[in-house]
Design a protein around this ligand. Sequence first.
Ligand code: ADP
Length: 277
Amino acid sequence: VLRATLQADRPQSGIQLILVALSDRTEQVALDRMRSDFIVNASHELRTPLASLIGFIETLQGPAADDAPARIRFLAIMAGQAARMRRLIDNLLSLSRIQMHEHERPSGRVAPGELLLRIADEHEPQLVAAGVVLTIEIDDDLPQLVADADQLAQVLQNLLDNALKYAGRPGRQGQVMLAAHAARVGLDPSSNGPSPNGVVLVVEDDGLGIAPHHVPRLTERFYRVETAGPPKSGSGLGLAIVKHIVGRHGGRLTIEGRPGQGARFSVWLPAAPRPER
Ligand code: ADP
């Protein structure tokens, strides 16, 4: 508005400037709102385990001071709550680091098949604990990706952690599938021609899937779906992290809820140009 007033001697451009100033303001209000929602949500998520820790400390200092079996049990619960707080803080820091560098394109080279196998190996103890059968499909001769290896590993870790959490249905052994296929994605909007070569990484489970109305909101920070049965651990930040990393790599995340069949997450990433001969 101030800028518009300064231009008052040029009435036509003045009107344009008022509109620009108003839309700037609307954007600013939306940003402020997002920031304060974020702080409220983050504080709430941290307060819950903290309240439980304080409760147990008070019990151990008072009524349970001389109760050895209770002390062992309470300390185990407290360790779990402290670990939950640490996970949440690690995820918050990771998200803010990724957002800070969001506009810098990654420059490393990553072989997607090798990365997939490494992440599967690292998850072996969790696979065994969850009693899940893992299938892996990797195309021959996949191109390399221009990527930040640590961030891409984090994408696969977060998706695989979720798949292991939600795989299987009552009375059936869970199944998870990991795949890396060569793929093109739609048309390249900038050239209207075929899109560049790429690789699609797929993480699929055979759990209950996700109802369609939740799917568009899953990558929002702290968005979690209440499910029947025992609550699953998690911070609600895993998919927000995935979305930001994929965005930074110029890729695309597709979520198929497939209720009753199990969710499928596909990450398409552009291939590095082949070296000239
Ligand atoms: P969390 O730390 O809660 O897992 P995410 O951002 O990774 O956070 O996931 C957000 C929500 O998406 C989860 O709470 C869960 O409700 C849903 N979700 C994610 N992956 C799956 C899956 N493979 N099957 C069913 N629901 C899923």
